[in-house]
Structures are given as C-alpha cells and as structure tokens.
Write a protein that binds this ligand. Structure first.
Ligand SMILES: C[S@@+](CC[C@H](N)C(=O)[O-])C[C@H]1O[C@@H](n2cnc3c(N)ncnc32)[C@H](O)[C@@H]1O
Length: 248
C-alpha cells in the first residue's frame, strides 16, 4: 500500500468515535486524571524544559490534547495538530473544561500546515508508531523549531512479559481493526520501536544534546495507580522521554 492509502486507513480508525472516547477515558480521565500520575508527568515535562524560556509549543498528533494541556497550563502558547477531526473535537472539549486556551489545527503530522522556524518547543507522544514515514516526520518537525528549540518525544516500550501485556490491554469498545487495517499496520516501520531506535532518528534529523529523562516518578505513580485500581489496566510498558535541541 502507498503512504497516502495507509494514512487514509489510519485516519478513519482515529476518527472513530469509540476510539476517541477510549483515548479520553484511558488517558485524559485515566492515567492523567490520576493526580499522582498527573503531577509526575508535569514534573518530568517541566524538567524537559529546564531553565529555557519557552513561549510557544506545538504538540503533534495531539489526540485529545494529552500533552498540549500540560504546556498550556504552564502558560505557554500552545498549538495541537491532529488529522482526526473527531479527536480534535474531544480535545477542544477537554481544554474548555480545564479552562485552557489551545489552538487546535487539523493537518497531517508529516506535512504540518505550520510556519517553519516558529516554535520554541515541539512535542509528540505515541504518534511515530502510526506514521508511514517516522524518520521524515522527525526531520520535518526539526524545521518547525526555532534555532535552539527543543524537541520532546514521548513513547512507551511495550512490556516483553506476556502477563504484563494482557494486564495493560484494554481495547476500545465498539471498534476492532479489520483485515485491511491490520495489513496497513504491518507496513509501519516504527510499529514497535525503542527509545534507542528513536535516538538514532533524532541524530539523523540533526538534533543535538539528545537526552533520556529520568522516568522514576511516572513509573512509581503508575505502580500506586495499579495497586489502587487493578481493574483499570495501567500501562505496563516502560515510558520514555527523549529530548533534543535544534542547533543555533
Ligand atoms: C496513540 S494516539 C496519541 C494521542 C496523544 N498524543 C496522546 O498521547 O494521548 C495517536 C494520535 O496521532 C494522530 N495521528 C496519527 N497519524 C497522524 C498523522 N499522519 N497526522 C496527524 N495526526 C496523526 C491520531 O489521530 C491520534 O490522535
């Protein structure tokens, strides 16, 4: 299948209302709605920024605005990009409920409809795995940053342990990938990737000072969440955040 065909198939999947509801329930209300986890993510995202002066941020494949909400709450002028209009409708609702001002833009993360060289920070969480050209996307994202700007890429290394895989598995109710969708997924180069693989892509895209942030706080909060609510199905993988800087 050609990339455009793949994207069309995935876009339909990400537009499905059950998938959108699932994403809101699982992350906005679930992991990020659990106060210790919310605080832990906020703390590590603040560490990513450090002493930098960040006035503008863009979150690619923002979904319901999961990461965009953190930047906006820090007083950063925030844009969220996604190619699913229903996901963006949910994101607008979440932002309104939280009293956050976020500019949501419908567009393809591999061809972002944004001006190059304008953002102090670009983030993306759990998106590269679903793109046909993840390496190209990272290279394009570097160009959106101002010289010296910061990229923050967030992901999850899936658990190797099958018991853990089962415990974390909570599919969206009312939507199942069909044969065509599964075939399209099998063509994705980053369907399963580690932080080490992503590091190489970031280097190739010209980023410097690439760092893995310490995720202990997030992992401890997940352990607390898991004990309190064993039915919830806390993600059992290893979360990572990689940061890199566009050279001046
Ligand atoms: C797994 S969700 C992650 C959402 C959000 N970043 C989070 O952490 O909860 C992947 C998101 O990427 C979006 N997406 C996938 N491919 C895209 C593309 N080519 N352009 C824009 N958005 C895309 C989907 O619509 C979906 O909202």
């Amino acid at each position: 299948m050609q990339a455009d065909e793949l994207k069309q198939i995935f876009r339909e999947g990400w537009m499905n209302s059950s998938v959108v509801e699932h994403r809101v329930e699982r992350f906005i209300e679930g992991e990020f709605g659990f106060e210790p986890s919310f605080q832990a993510w906020r703390s590590v995202l603040k560490q990513a920024i450090g002493e930098r002066n960040v006035a503008s941020a863009v979150d690619m494949g923002t979904g319901p605005g999961t990461i965009a909400q953190f930047w906006a709450a820090m007083g950063i002028e925030t844009t969220g990009v996604d190619f699913s209009a229903t996901m963006l409708a949910a994101a607008r609702e979440v932002a309104a409920k939280k009293g956050l001002k976020i500019n949501f833009v419908e567009g393809d993360a591999e061809q972002p409809p944004l001006k190059e060289g304008t953002f102090d920070l670009l983030s993306s969480r759990a998106v590269l795995f679903t793109l046909p050209h993840p390496g190209y996307a990272v290279a394009r994202w570097v160009r959106l940053l101002r010289p010296g700007g910061l990229m923050v890429l967030i992901g999850e290394i899936p658990p190797a342990d099958s018991n853990k895989q089962k415990r974390a598995f909570r599919p969206a109710q009312g939507w199942k990938p069909d044969e065509t969708y599964r075939e399209a997924m099998s063509q994705l180069p980053f369907r399963e990737h580690t932080d080490q693989m992503l590091r190489v892509v970031m280097e190739a895209a010209g980023l410097i000072e690439i760092k893995n942030l310490q995720m202990d706080e997030v992992i401890s909060a997940r352990e607390v969440h898991d004990k309190l609510d064993p039915e919830y199905g806390v993600l059992q993988g290893t979360p990572y955040i990689l940061t890199g800087r566009r050279p001046e």
